[in-house]
Write a protein that binds this ligand. Structure first.
Ligand SMILES: C[S@@+](CC[C@H](N)C(=O)[O-])C[C@H]1O[C@@H](n2cnc3c(N)ncnc32)[C@H](O)[C@@H]1O
Length: 272
């Protein structure tokens, strides 16, 4: 089947329904490269055959696999350093002071990909806030992709991933060499847990979080989905909690979020 006869409209709609991600038609060529492994695993010869299989099987399994395979999983340790600097220098000291009675802090890395964001938070806490050793710390990472959740839970990284943002002293202190990879040390791992979750279908979280990282995922959503996801975040955040978005993202919901500009970065405060 020639590429012109592949029903890309249909493939785009499968991705949208199952992940909320919009694929611009100018990027249809990505289906070919990203879905190669799925085609091989399913014994399919071409995208045309995949479209036929999707149409024949209305169940969610194959549809979700297509949506997951189309996600962009780019991430790194301590991505956007000023965000972590601000958290360490100003926002966490204030949160710690106001939580001294409950001695508990909850973080949500929403769209956690391979886990570097969650582990960066955990390493920062261990390195700079020794007084939290006796506190209940919960760092939840969630992602649409089962494969990313599995990789994040394993916490094993290759040299190229380590080289992206992880300070050398943290490598020595908080990771252990395992064959040709490095693995997050148990003391850091136990602060973090990872779950598969679709942000577009997320029910309201039962407990509130003190800090939410929702970075570099809303860029893939259409405007109405962004609004929905931001409402979920608003309900899931403590009244004095902190929301971080990716540097190119804004909430555009003036009645719900106060934009807190600092010299090097920005964070969002929920308005009640
Ligand atoms: C570019 S990565 C961002 C990772 C990390 N937050 C960061 O900023 O470095 C985007 C992640 O969002 C996930 N994702 C995409 N759509 C999602 C959805 N509807 N629900 C949950 N995660 C989603 C992808 O699987 C991918 O791992």
């Amino acid at each position: 089947m020639s590429s012109s006869s592949i029903d890309y409209d249909y493939l785009r709609s499968v991705v949208m329904r199952n992940s909320g991600n919009q694929v611009d038609p100018s990027r249809d060529y990505l289906f070919e490269s990203r879905l190669q492994r799925l085609l091989r695993d399913r014994g399919l010869q071409s995208l045309g055959q995949l479209v036929s299989a999707l149409r024949a099987d209305a169940g969610p399994g194959l549809q979700r696999s297509v949506a997951e395979a189309m996600t962009i999983n780019e991430t790194s340790f301590f991505r956007d350093t000023p965000t972590f600097d601000l958290l360490r220098e100003q926002l966490l000291p204030a949160l710690i002071a106001s939580r001294r009675d409950t001695r508990s802090l909850r973080f949500w890395s929403a769209a956690s990909s391979t886990g570097q964001e969650a582990y960066s938070i955990a390493m920062m806490l261990r390195e700079h806030f020794p007084l939290l050793a006796g506190w209940k710390i919960d760092i939840l990472g969630t992602d649409l992709s089962a494969e990313m959740v599995e990789r994040a839970s394993a916490g094993r990284y290759q040299r190229i991933e380590i080289n992206r943002g992880l300070p050398a002293r943290f490598l020595v202190k908080y990771l252990v060499r395992s064959a040709d990879e490095w693995e997050i040390a148990p003391d850091i791992k136990r602060l973090c847990r990872f779950q598969q979750r679709n942000l577009c279908q997320a029910p309201i979280m039962p407990e509130s979080f003190d800090v939410i990282f929702l970075r570099n995922v809303m860029i893939y959503f259409p405007q109405d989905t962004r609004r929905q996801v931001l409402l979920t975040m608003h309900r899931s955040l403590a009244p004095d909690g902190v929301l971080f978005l990716g540097l190119s993202e804004q909430p555009r919901m003036d009645s719900h979020w106060q934009t807190m500009l600092t010299p090097k970065t920005v964070w969002y405060k929920p308005i009640r």
